[in-house]
Write a protein of this length. Structure first.
Length: 164
């Protein structure tokens, strides 16, 4: 007996294996489209697209501040602690407060660039490899990071922290 062969070709389409670029593009679309839909569906009175950072609206105007972009309200920065906010010039900022003194640092860990977390007990920790930074001055408390967080000049205008 012989093997039976089909009399007509199968109509199953063959697909080439997906390239890494195709997979990454598909992933980006999957990540970006929901954000665009959320922004389109947000309340029109909220000019930030619905995004807030620790109760503040990044990029808002400072009341009476001549149009300077407010990073966060001073009241939103806990005494002896800090918050992570968006920098209108790109990246993220760690804003800390001790009494009336407000300071800011580039929140990118100097080891690999991951955004550090808001300080706990005066220490900001990088979630990637555990580097720790003193929130009061940005210095390294524990590696692998070897360089301190870069200082960013800020000032207080009214009730808002703004770039200096």
């Amino acid at each position: 007996m012989t093997a039976v062969e089909p009399t007509s070709p199968t109509n199953t389409p063959t697909t080439a294996p997906r390239s890494r670029r195709d997979v990454l593009c598909g992933l980006m679309v999957a990540l970006v489209v929901p954000g665009a839909v959320l922004a389109a569906c947000s309340d029109s009175s909220d000019s930030s697209g619905g995004a807030t950072t620790n109760g503040s609206t990044p990029g808002g105007s400072t009341p009476g501040g001549g149009g300077a972009a407010g990073l966060t309200a001073v009241a939103d920065v806990p005494e002896g602690g800090g918050v992570i906010v968006a920098n209108p010039e790109g990246g993220m900022l760690l804003i800390v407060r001790e009494g009336d003194e407000v300071k800011a640092y580039n929140a990118a860990c100097t080891h690999m660039g991951t955004t550090v977390e808001a300080p706990v007990d005066g220490v900001s920790t990088c979630p990637n490899h555990g580097s720790q930074f003193n929130a009061a001055d940005g210095s390294v408390k524990k590696g692998p990071a070897a360089q301190p967080l870069a200082t960013v000049d800020v000032k207080v205008e009214g009730d808002q922290v703004v770039l200096a």
